[in-house]
Design a protein around this ligand. Structure first.
Ligand code: SF4
Ligand code: SF4
Length: 356
């Protein structure tokens, strides 16, 4: 069977990240959205709106996935969130090899190899979208669209009837939502003003001022703790962990004073951070934090693996199997965490989040 050949849209070397969590991407939008203008006018790039989810917050959730991330976690399940800009994605399963996308590309990035499907050179694709409407099988799409905060609020408000029944609400995820902190903050403010429950998922790798500007409007902040060893953290995510640990500490101090809660999430990735010593170190850190945050252990899943090829990226953990939520090893790690952080609730699985 032919393949959709992959070039690299955003090689990790094209990203630079300062120790303060500021990230710069040469040909992309400035974090926070469009340059200049009031916050009402600014736009954020969002690559998906997930509805009726039962993870990442209490009740039924609408999840807004913001584009752009300063980290490159080896296990990332949302690679469409890497780049801050809208970009081309091609589904090789849908491609029939008709060749209609070849002549319309101004960059000449599509090549039809006889007897095979299309080959795409993502490295020079400008994401112009000219090839999308001509594709008869719907194999092509531009992932990422610009929204104002009010437009995002309206998207969330469409599901308000379901929130009222099940105690749900909106969760801002990504990518890293803090890269577009101004629009994110305003979206959450609008949701809070209209009595919608608000959560974010974040790496906390950002200036504290940006994190707090967003977190202050949250009922719940899910913050990832990926590794306590800064060098291993850098090897596995692309950035060190000092800023993250400092921000988690500040968040656990500040958010409960405003009635919000922090849930520290540990993604358990086989061979990366799921050793007993690594997990115990993370649990001891959580146990030392102010206001006893909940610790939520997330079993590894490989549901995002097929998305890498669609944007010309390679999954570093390709072939690694998902872990079942009731796996005895995971239950043993949950027990270990509970022993290391006896005053904190320790839950297992993304749907194990209780209502406040
Ligand atoms: S999005 Fe534009 S540049 Fe990229 S392959 Fe399609 S037509 Fe070419
Ligand atoms: S137009 Fe669509 S189906 Fe035809 S070769 Fe291009 S990607 Fe494949």
């Amino acid at each position: 069977m032919g393949t959709v050949s992959i070039g690299r849209t955003l090689p990790s070397g094209s990203r630079t990240t300062s120790s303060t969590g500021q990230s710069t991407h040469s040909k992309h939008l400035r974090p926070g959205g469009k340059e200049g203008g009031s916050v009402e006018e600014k736009k954020a790039i969002v690559f998906d709106i997930g509805r009726f989810r039962n993870t990442d917050g209490p009740g039924i959730r609408t999840i807004l996935f913001f584009k752009g991330c300063p980290l490159r976690c080896l296990w990332c399940s949302n690679p469409f969130g890497f780049s801050p800009a809208p970009q081309l994605a091609v589904n090789p399963v849908k491609c029939t090899g008709c060749g209609k996308c070849v002549p319309v590309c101004p960059q000449g990035r599509n090549t039809l190899v006889p007897g095979e499907k299309i080959q795409v050179d993502f490295s020079a694709c400008q994401g112009c979208g000219a090839c999308v409407p001509v594709c008869p099988s719907g194999a092509r799409m531009i992932t990422g669209r610009a929204y104002t905060a009010r437009e995002l609020y309206r998207e969330a408000a469409k599901d308000a009837a379901f929130y009222r029944k099940g105690g749900g609400g909106v969760t801002l995820s990504g990518g890293e939502v803090l890269l577009q902190w101004e629009v994110a903050s305003e979206t959450l403010r609008l949701c809070r003003t209209n009595y919608i429950n608000t959560c974010i998922e974040t790496s906390a790798f950002a200036p504290w001022a940006h994190l707090w500007q967003v977190a202050q409007y949250c009922h719940t902040v899910f913050v990832d703790l990926k590794h306590m060893d800064s060098e291993k953290h850098r090897e596995q995510t692309g950035v060190p962990n000092e800023l993250i640990l400092e921000n988690i500490q500040k968040l656990c101090q500040a958010l409960p004073q405003r009635g919000g809660r922090v849930i520290v999430r540990l993604p358990l990735i086989p061979g990366c951070n799921d050793g007993a010593e690594d997990v115990a170190a993370a649990a001891r850190f959580v146990g030392s934090l102010p206001n006893r945050p909940e610790m939520n252990l997330l079993p590894y899943h490989n549901l995002g693996e097929s998305k890498y090829g669609m944007i010309g990226e390679t999954c570093a953990l390709s072939g690694l199997e998902s872990r079942k939520g009731r796996d005895p090893k995971l239950l043993a790690l949950q027990e270990l965490c509970q022993r290391c952080a006896p005053d904190n609730r320790v839950s297992l699985g993304g749907d194990a989040i209780a209502l406040e």
